[in-house]
Design a protein around this ligand. Sequence first.
Ligand SMILES: C/C(=C\CNc1ncnc2c1ncn2[C@@H]1O[C@H](COP(=O)(O)O)[C@@H](O)[C@H]1O)CO
Length: 263
Amino acid sequence: MTDKKHDAVDLAQENEACEGEPLGTTYHRGPVIMRGPMIPSDTTTGNLLSHEDSTDWLHMDPWRVLRIQAEFVDGFGALAELGPAVSCFGSARTPRSDPMYRAARHVGAKLAQRGVAVITGGGPGIMEAANRGASQVGGKSVGLGIELPHEQGVNEWVNLGMTFRYFFVRKTMFVKYSSGSIVFPGGFGTLDEAFELLTLVQTHKVAKTPVVLFGSEYWDGLMSWIEGPMRESGNISELDPALMVVTDDEDEAIRVATSTIGG
Ligand SMILES: C/C(=C\CNc1ncnc2c1ncn2[C@@H]1O[C@H](COP(=O)(O)O)[C@@H](O)[C@H]1O)CO
């Protein structure tokens, strides 16, 4: 190449550089860089502020995940400073005249008198009884309610309450914030809560936590089946039945349920 030709190529390259970048301006969206035809016509802020006619997104999973996260954050925030606590589970249908209602009320009061917060599902029946006992002696009476179609908030004896949309978030709170559980007679909901906890302990997902089944007449049948067919068929270990203690004695229930709480 002659010297003249060299000069012409250099000049063309120089001119191009002066005109700007070959693909035009660079567009940034977070860590992503886009140029030329890859630049989108919308912007994240524009999307955020735009009016949407359809509200279908409210019922989609990404939005649901945010609601679940928010529920965890609210629950942790409400309970972080609770202190030692025991959960009392039991039927939502137990009438106030039932001896088990009376027992749950006594147990709630005795736990509170020992400085132990009482956590329940915040509903009627056994939950109300335990909350009532705890709050009447000036203790911490926690109700972790669940949004149900025909239920109205938490019972009137709760002095620290929160209503959850998701059962599994609420169950996390029971497990995380109580050192032991007392399970009064109940139905599916009660068994679900007891067996969730037992499964977590059995699989070493959580530290061994005392689980008291209160009311031998009610629970003996279940214990016989657990110690019989369930254990004999090898579906649980020989040691698993001992994860539960059955009693009719309020003070023994409290002693066992609070046994992991340090003095
Ligand atoms: C069915 C009735 C009320 C339902 N209201 C409830 N409120 C709060 N928590 C509840 C409710 N129902 C069940 N739970 C939870 O399950 C356990 C009791 O369930 P079970 O099937 O009655 O044994 C309880 O520990 C709660 O955490 C009637 O008015």
